[in-house]
Design a protein around this ligand. Structure first.
Ligand SMILES: [Zn+2]
Ligand SMILES: [Zn+2]
Length: 142
């Protein structure tokens, strides 16, 4: 397992994520667009894979099945976490907050049409439109 470190812009919140995954997810749903100001690119894992080593993130309940973490000091988007259902605890850390993105690559993209084509991610990764995302992850939410 690889331990990666990350943190927010002001460094008040620091964390580690321990995983062998190297694939990143990307989401351009309306909520991710607003929470990040653009799109959310994440490295995910079960809740146990993530340890906050400094500070504590603020949490915003963005739906009945998920919450979004951020730094109350600098506002950095830190994570998306499922809070209900079979995926409860699953946490997707905002990849931009990792200290290094070395060895990581976008593997799948959901709500890929959420930008209306204003910007698109290059590469040969899997892309699902919003409609395809809802069919594939029915009930898992955005
Ligand atoms: Zn901060
Ligand atoms: Zn999203």
């Amino acid at each position: 397992m690889t331990e990666r470190t990350g943190g927010c812009l002001c460094s008040a919140v620091r964390y580690t994520i321990t995983t062998d995954k190297t694939g990143l997810g990307a989401c351009s749903c309306g909520q991710c667009r607003r929470h990040t100001g653009s799109l959310l690119v994440t490295l995910d894992g079960p809740g146990e894979a993530i340890t906050f080593t400094e500070g504590a993130p603020a949490v915003y309940p963005s739906s009945s099945w998920a919450e979004r973490g951020f730094c109350r000091g600098c506002g950095s988007t830190l994570f998306y976490r499922v809070t209900a259902g079979r995926m409860a605890g699953w946490t997707a850390m905002a990849a931009g907050t990792l200290d290094s993105l070395a060895g990581l690559r976008i593997e799948n993209e959901v709500f890929a049409d959420g930008t209306g084509g204003a910007y698109v991610l290059a590469g040969a990764h899997e892309r699902l439109t919003g409609e395809e995302t809802m069919k594939t992850y029915s009930g898992a939410g955005a």
